[in-house]
Design a protein around this ligand. Sequence first.
Ligand SMILES: [Zn+2]
Length: 115
Amino acid sequence: MNGQRCAVYCPSFCVTDHVAENERHLVDVTHESTVLDLLVPRQDGSVQLLATARVMASDAGSEDERRPIIAVDFEDVDSLYLLPSEVDAVAERVAAFEGWLRALGKVAADGAIAV
Ligand SMILES: [Zn+2]
């Protein structure tokens, strides 16, 4: 880190390669879990990424600011136009994503690996 070797203590959910990230200062260290993707099938056989979710925590700031949070990013702001025949498959993916979100909440709350 900034030319110096130092120890970074990661929470159990962290999969970040801090050596590769080469953060310059300890306050720049962010711990991140595996990213979960909400992919929905399309009529043409492709899949569309709607959202991602992951647990994140920073080593900087107050105790409250260092608590793990769940980041949900929406990758595509375009509308998703579904045929009636596509709704069930998409709804199943959304329901699964709901379960994954709850699992990430547990990971952030107690540091367990549940994903
Ligand atoms: Zn880490």
